[in-house]
Design a protein around this ligand. Structure first.
Ligand code: ASP
Ligand code: MG
Length: 422
């Protein structure tokens, strides 16, 4: 059996949904499980709705209306009859009831987030499943929350494999012989029986979870690009397609911030040597990229460019001129950890430590407060982190990218060159 994953962009409109149907019609042979994300940018809208609901802002009704209208228009364009979309309607009513009720003051923000945001995936899969059945593509809608069992940690739940795998195996395997299964990415259920989510863009990971449990032949992630490119086509002029990657290379690219595949996706696939295809839903005949097992790790030597904007550079210097060694590093890392900051690059000298991370005012304030006693801390905002993976001394190309910007930090490892520019 195989697993397909369609992200938000592939179901952002009625014509996009029709295209998914076409991809399924032409590309599926044999048992198939399809994981689908929320439509278009609905998850962002739902995040705003959570915020408005939590802080009881008036705009919650406007946001709800926008979410309602967005889906209603797609249903209408897909010409789904009223007696067929009542389940979508029920979900929308349930969502409205939640936001209209007085909030339980004791319920934390992240719990409320996981109560509300999964509606995006639930509604999207209901619409696609209903449409597919209507046009004769037989399928069955399954609630992923009954199979993806997780820890209770809201918004960043960890999968409990020992609970999930037997459930998926015993209940879904027999169904797959009869028809395609349609289910949601990103969402699960904690041991406390409440909703959880796996972190933004987590649908790729869901596809890998099902593939692992079902011993799938392969996973295909359908995207609006031809496959994994060596640079973001929106930022670089002549990106090239990488046709093959090893699991290790894919992990490294994800680590440096390439946003092609959710980083957690690779591990379960690597464990069972399940190949991952990244292909274009706009032209499925194109070969795309395959991520697969390879003993010598590297399958290509194409230079890859990864750009991360809005980087804050923090400089932490000891007040007493003590060296930045184990004891001070321990204090610094513990403060970073407490503030929830993940460093994208770091460097240290005798009496100072420098790190860069995605700009975040609240986290920065917390970090400063935690370190104020022992350290002199300063911040420079608005930098860009450029990582060149498989770096091969092609100076001229690099000069072109750097242009007039100043290089604040530079770091080189076996596989990558990192530059912090401002
Ligand atoms: N809908 C979720 C998000 O936008 C999950 C996903 O798309 O993978 O983050
Ligand atoms: Mg999405």
């Amino acid at each position: 059996m195989r697993v397909f994953k369609f992200g938000g962009a592939s179901v952002k409109s009625a014509s996009a949904v029709k295209n998914v149907a076409e991809v399924l019609r032409t590309q599926s042979d044999g048992p198939l499980l399809v994981v689908i994300s929320a439509m278009g940018k609905i998850t962002n809208k739902l995040e705003s709705l959570v915020d408005a609901y939590y802080y009881n802002k008036e705009e919650k009704r406007v946001l709800y209306k926008e979410i309602l209208n967005f889906h209603a228009e797609i249903i209408q364009d897909l010409q789904i009859a009223e007696n067929e979309y009542y389940e979508v309607e029920n979900l929308l009513i349930e969502l409205e009831c939640i936001i209209e009720k007085k909030r339980d003051e004791s319920s934390p923000y992240d719990t409320e987030y996981d109560r509300i945001v999964p509606f995006g995936e639930l509604i999207s899969t209901k619409i696609v499943s209903t449409y597919l059945n209507k046009i004769g593509y037989k399928n069955r809608w399954i609630d992923a929350r009954n199979f993806v069992i997780t820890t209770n940690k809201n918004r960043a739940a960890n999968v409990l494999w020992e609970e999930s795998v037997p459930l998926i195996n015993s209940s879904l395997k027999p169904l797959l012989d009869r028809q395609t299964i349609i289910t949601q990415g990103f969402i699960g259920r904690g041991l406390n029986h409440k909703n959880t989510t796996l972190g933004r863009e987590g649908s790729d990971y869901t596809a890998a979870i099902f593939a692992y449990a079902l011993d799938a032949e392969s996973v295909t992630i359908w995207k609006d690009v031809d496959g994994v490119m060596n640079a973001d086509p929106r930022k670089f002029e002549n990106p090239v397609l990488i046709d093959k990657l090893s699991y290790n290379e894919a992990i490294e690219l994800a680590y440096y911030g390439a946003s092609v595949i959710h980083p957690k996706t690779i591990q379960p696939l690597k464990n069972k040597k399940i190949p991952l295809y990244v292909k274009s839903f706009l032209d499925p005949s194109k070969p795309g990229t395959v991520v697969m097992e390879n003993d010598n790790c590297a399958l290509n030597d194409i230079q890859c460019y990864i750009v991360k904007e809005y980087q804050s550079m923090v400089t932490i210097a000891t007040k007493d001129f003590s060296f930045i060694v184990e004891d001070n590093l321990e204090l610094i890392f513990s403060a970073l950890n407490k503030a929830g900051i993940q460093l994208n690059m770091m460097q240290n000298s005798a009496i100072s430590f420098i790190g860069c991370y995605n700009e975040d005012t609240l986290k920065t304030e917390e970090l400063f407060a935690l370190l104020a006693d022992k350290f002199e801390v300063s911040l420079a905002k608005d930098n860009t982190l450029l990582t060149v993976f498989n770096y091969n001394d092609g100076k001229s190309e690099l000069d072109l990218i750097i242009g007039l910007r100043r290089v604040r930090l530079e770091q080189k490892s076996n596989s990558a060159l990192q530059l912090l520019l401002n």
